[in-house]
Write a protein that binds this ligand. Structure first.
Ligand code: AMP
Ligand code: MG
Length: 350
């Protein structure tokens, strides 16, 4: 049973960095959609494919969610982290080994602003929890300990399917890249099943391929980038070919610590929450790459992001600060339709 593609209006709901639950309520059975909660956010799949294909994609996303959660003990990552803390080696599946290898390269190429080995500090700041409770900041001695230990994925050894660490403080947390990996996998699986028009949206991190239809004719997808300061969209764009639009936002997960809001994104060099950019959006053919890069550039902040982007070879970037001012890369600027002239004037093309 094949059905019509989703319309453009449906897809304006697929906003990077936003959750459009009103859209979910209107979902009708005739369109191929799947809605679930994974990674703490809604996941939406809009595609023209058979029921079985979409169910298989969702099952795979659920598996990633279960196995690679940094704070749930039941999965593969939880078991590996427990072993690393105890100074023991533990087995890692091939996908997990690939994740480690990719994250090691991304750490190196981002000058360590993306670092999937800082799980201890992320947990210490209270972000390894489903509920964000107010509380105290970690003690300075503890922060010094994380900084001095300087965890890096380069300290991992992979031998015969076993992973060992030279650093017992190193705890893996793939929160900054796993959604991207999941999105890429979902699109790969859809393509392998012959589906070429789709959007996969994990809590506002999304990738699109192919087209949608409007009045029976193929039209480009339209993606909105969320305004981090106000409800609504700061800009819209049409993805090119298969392309991911991933936003890292300090507003996405935060806690009140000593009366102040602190974000879940940490600077691995200081073991403190990143403060400068409020959101960074990266476009890239690979959602995994865009995800890790967006996190790295948010941490790098206004002074350093361009050097990091250059080294990562990321060319399509939009970064917004706490006052609503932003910087947009020269390659991305002509592709963006800003919400209004005032918004555009607050952006500097770099
Ligand atoms: P994202 O929303 O993609 O920026 O990912 C943020 C999540 O990644 C956090 O909730 C942490 O689990 C983890 N994380 C925080 N800071 C970093 C960092 N500098 N490098 C890698 N992962 C991080
Ligand atoms: Mg990320």
């Amino acid at each position: 049973m094949d059905i019509a593609l989703p319309t453009r209006r449906d897809v304006l709901g697929a906003l990077a960095g936003t959750l459009l639950l009103g859209d979910v309520a209107r979902a009708d059975a005739a369109r191929r959609r799947r809605e679930h909660f994974l990674f703490g956010s809604p996941v939406r799949l809009i595609a023209r494919g058979g029921e079985a294909t979409l169910d298989a994609v969702m099952a795979e996303l659920a598996l990633i969610h279960r196995e690679w959660n940094a704070w749930k003990p039941g999965g593969e990552l939880g078991r590996l982290n427990a072993a690393l803390r105890a100074g023991r080696a533990a087995p890692a599946s091939v996908p997990l080994q690939q994740m480690i290898a990719m994250s090691t390269r991304l750490e190196r190429d981002s000058f360590g602003f993306f670092n999937a080995g800082i799980g201890a500090a992320v947990g210490g700041w209270g972000f390894h929890d489903d509920v964000m409770r107010p509380g105290d900041a970690p003690r300075e001695a503890e922060r010094r300990h994380w900084r001095a230990a300087s965890p890096s994925l380069a300290q991992l050894e992979l031998r015969g399917g076993l992973v060992a660490s030279r650093n017992p403080v190193l705890q893996l947390d793939f929160g900054a890249v796993a959604k991207g990996v999941a999105i890429d996998r979902a699109l790969d699986r859809l393509q392998a099943a012959g589906v070429h028009d789709a959007i996969v949206d994990l809590g506002g991190n999304l990738a699109a391929m192919g087209h949608t239809v409007e009045a029976g004719r193929p039209r480009p997808w339209q993606i909105g980038i969320r305004d981090p300061h106000e409800p609504g969209v700061i800009a819209t764009l049409a993805p090119r070919g298969r392309e991911a639009v991933v936003t890292s936002g300090s507003y996405e997960r935060w806690r009140e610590v000593d009366g102040q809001r602190v974000t879940h994104i940490l600077d691995p060099h200081t073991a403190a929450p990143a403060a400068a950019w409020v959101s960074v959006t990266v476009l890239h053919p690979s959602a995994a790459f865009a995800d890790a890069a967006a996190t790295a550039l948010l941490v790098a902040g206004p002074q350093r992001w361009r050097r990091v982007a250059e080294r990562l070879r990321v060319t399509q970037v939009l970064a917004i600060d706490g006052d609503g001012r932003g910087e947009v890369s020269g390659a991305l600027a002509p592709r963006l339709q800003f919400a209004d002239a005032a918004t555009r004037r607050r952006m500097t093309i770099v």
